[in-house]
Design a protein around this ligand. Structure first.
Ligand code: PGA
Length: 253
């Protein structure tokens, strides 16, 4: 069975003190070893990247990411952070194309493609988020829509590059306070479509959107799902540790 990726983006939450407490709690809990069969990762906000990197330490089993990065290596791009800068701060993962960035910050298929290429160019893992609106889902177009997003972002990559990409399917209707948890049945078809095209070719096919302690085990049981990308449930360290336990148990089963 493939390694289960289980991680969280803190989005725009946590002070430095809160971030430090979360990260040191995780470090102490893991004591240098990832749960068997599980790849933990954490994606703090930019201000906490180096603090979390320092706390986790160089040989940490936890991968560290950033929530966005620009496609250019450097230059006059006020307010942006480049992949080399993210790497310099300790990041190994670049989250790309989260629906909140597509909706509010003009992220497009084209910019996700440029950012995925930039991440790969500098040896970082692109974590590509894809997901459809409720409108698209109700019209029966989920699979076609998310495949379009994935193909557009990953166009032109060779097999070796593709094997370093992680895809997270996060239906917009299931994300955040306004979202509702997806049922397992609703996710079977989109993951079948993603699996047909990407299973065994990418490093992971994750699910995200209202993942909680009650649905996590079922979500991991969906064919082709190889991990969870979590917001709210993991912002309290105890919630994240419980998700790691659920994934470890799933990996061992
Ligand atoms: P949520 O966020 O778990 O709080 O729904 C998920 C996400 O946006 O990745």
């Amino acid at each position: 069975m493939s390694t289960l990726w289980v991680g969280t983006s803190w989005k725009m939450t946590k002070t430095l003190a809160e971030g430090r407490a979360w990260a040191s709690g995780l470090r102490d809990h893991l004591a240098g070893k990832a749960p068997a069969g599980v790849q933990p990762f954490v994606i703090p906000s930019f201000t906490a990247t180096t603090a979390v990197a320092d706390i986790l330490g160089e040989d940490s089993p936890v991968l560290l990411g950033v929530q966005n990065a620009h496609w250019e290596d450097a230059g006059a791009w006020t307010g942006e952070v480049s992949v080399p800068q993210a790497r310099d701060a300790g990041a190994q993962i670049v989250e790309i194309g989260h629906s909140e960035r597509r909706e509010h910050f003009g992220e497009t298929v084209e910019t996700t493609r440029l950012k995925a290429a930039a991440a790969l160019r500098h040896g970082l893992t692109p974590l590509l988020c894809i997901g459809e609106t409720l409108e698209v889902k109700d019209a029966g177009g989920s699979s076609e829509f998310i495949l379009g997003q994935a193909r557009g972002a990953l166009e032109g990559l060779d097999d070796q590059q593709l094997s370093r990409v992680v895809i997270a399917y996060e239906p917009i209707w299931a994300i955040g306070e306004k979202g509702r948890p997806a049922t397992t049945e609703e996710l079977i078809e989109p993951f079948a479509a993603l699996g047909e095209e990407y299973a065994g070719k990418v490093a992971g096919l994750l699910y995200g959107g209202s993942v909680n302690l009650d649905n996590a085990a079922d979500l991991l049981g969906i064919e082709h799902v190889t991990g969870l990308f979590v917001g709210r449930t993991a912002w309290q360290l105890e919630g994240y540790l419980e998700l790691l336990r659920i994934a470890e148990a799933h990996a061992a089963a």
